[in-house]
Ligand binder design. Structure first.
Ligand code: CMC
Length: 426
């Protein structure tokens, strides 16, 4: 027997019945798709706090427990035992790759990492000094013009190929955007390097492709840096129906191809309430400047008349420690001695965390540190410039966006995303 929910309109006394659909994990949903047809009214859910927008089997979050899984695999297991590329394969193919599958996937991505020479002209049109996120969004949409004859979104082989192409090229786009923003010449990918090492190489190399050698004659891209960044990419790979992913699905719902859908996702991610928070966290720590000023800013964060918010705190879904933040906190401790973690920033961050976790304001609102609170300090230690923090989020999240685009495409029940409104105008 179907489970249903009955709702009664107290103004008319009429009752309406809606089907309850159970999830394999997490909350069930009440199917209100016939609500308007039955009642003549819309439902209202500002910010979608109670709305499931789609059916999905990609990522699961239990916000109360602080649990995150990709394709059923706990994030802790993926971060500890698997690389970012394995995680990409898992998201795209619903299974972890065996050795041969991983080699083939890795090789294909290395070969697809180059950009058409013509795309350089796009970067050159931007004034240097601009934020790389703008160039990232524009270049991703523009990629479609270079693959104009391969834009058949009704051919699964073609859109699966688009997926691998976009994932492979995003680090190169991000590195080009950054290099142009500082007036440096572009560095081509080095296909002998892994996905993550290659990105660090494209950011750091001198114009002739040579790497800086430090006074001890050490290799300049340290394995621990690659490992840390790879973990950061894994932790960002997907996050269910967050703001940017919902935008990607919304654009997909109009029949648009992945390049523009992801370009829109990049724009949505840029805001400081979403992916832009990682850059804002470090700017905020720098603004606070010293441990003895933390109390002043905590007081501002708690003041309802002050718009100041503690960046890197709070989450719509997690009402417990963000599991990604827990992993990064562990990584931060591991890196403390090996890399030059900025001890002043870390001390300020630790003090904020300590106060916030014991303060009634934060406890009662279940405001815990999120992924962005820790990623900034780690990225600073990896010598990543602040303007590249959110582009790094983009690189990690691209596979999630395209996986969600594909799921949307394959779901034959989907419709154009077209909400209604409560009209209060003239
Ligand atoms: N500092 C101080 N107070 C906060 C904060 C914060 N960071 N976040 C939420 N609150 C308060 C808020 O003022 C409200 O208080 P009250 O009930 O008295 O009005 C209450 O907590 C609930 O906040 P909300 O804005 O209704 O919660 P939301 O679910 O709509 O917003 C959020 C979630 C992440 C946008 C918000 O917590 C925030 O702005 N955090 C700072 C930005 C940030 O770190 N964003 C990264 C999110 S994780 C990475 C990602 O997914 O992109």
């Amino acid at each position: 027997m179907k489970s249903t929910m009955t709702m009664t309109d107290n103004t008319t006394g009429k009752s309406y019945e809606f089907e309850i659909k159970d999830a394999t994990r997490g909350p069930s949903v009440v199917d209100i798709s016939s609500f308007y047809a039955q009642t003549g009214m819309f439902t209202f859910d500002n910010g979608y706090t109670s709305t499931a927008s789609c059916v999905s089997d990609i990522t699961f979050i239990d916000g109360a427990k602080g649990e995150l899984r990709y394709r059923g695999k706990p994030i802790e297991e993926l971060a500890k035992n698997h690389t970012y590329l394995e995680t990409c394969y898992l998201l795209l193919n619903s299974k972890l790759p065996n050795k041969e599958e991983l080699n083939a996937f890795d090789l294909e991505l290395r070969h697809r990492s180059f950009l058409h020479e013509g795309l350089k002209n796009l970067f050159l049109t931007f004034p240097s000094g601009g934020h790389p996120m703008a160039a990232l969004s524009a270049a991703t949409a523009t990629l479609s013009t270079f693959f104009y004859s391969h834009l058949n979104i009704n051919d699964e082989n073609e859109y699966q190929e688009m997926a691998r192409r976009i994932v492979a090229k995003m680090p190169t786009i991000a590195a080009f955007a950054y290099r142009h923003s500082i007036g440096a010449s572009f560095i081509q990918p080095d296909i002998t390097k892994s996905f993550t090492e290659n990105f660090l190489y494209m950011l750091r190399a001198y114009p002739n492709g040579h790497m800086h050698i430090d006074p001890e004659g050490e290799r300049v891209i340290k394995p621990i840096e690659v490992e840390a960044l790879d973990t950061i990419f894994t932790l960002h790979a997907d996050h269910e129906q967050n703001a940017s992913t919902s935008i990607v699905r919304g654009v997909a719902s109009t029949g648009a191809h992945p390049y523009v859908a992801i370009s829109s996702g990049i724009s949505a991610l840029w805001g400081r309430a979403h992916g832009g928070a990682n850059e804002s966290v470090i700017k905020q720590l720098e603004m606070i400047g010293s441990v003895d000023r933390v109390d002043e800013f905590i007081a501002r964060a708690k003041d309802p008349k002050d718009e100041f918010r503690l960046m890197g705190f709070g989450h719509r879904v997690y009402k417990n420690f963000d599991p990604r933040a827990k992993i990064l906190k562990g990584l931060q401790d591991k890196l403390k001695d090996e890399l030059n973690l900025d001890s002043n920033l870390m001390q300020i961050a630790n003090k904020i965390e300590e106060i916030a976790l014991s303060d009634e304001y934060f406890i009662s609102r279940k405001l815990y540190p999120n992924i962005d609170f820790y990623s900034g300090v780690i990225l600073t230690a990896l010598q990543i410039p602040k303007t590249m923090f959110t582009p790094i989020f983009v690189i990690g999240r691209t596979v999630g966006w395209i996986t969600q685009w594909i799921e949307f495409k394959k779901d034959k029940t989907t419709k154009i995303a077209r909400p209604r409104q409560l009209y209060l105008g003239k």
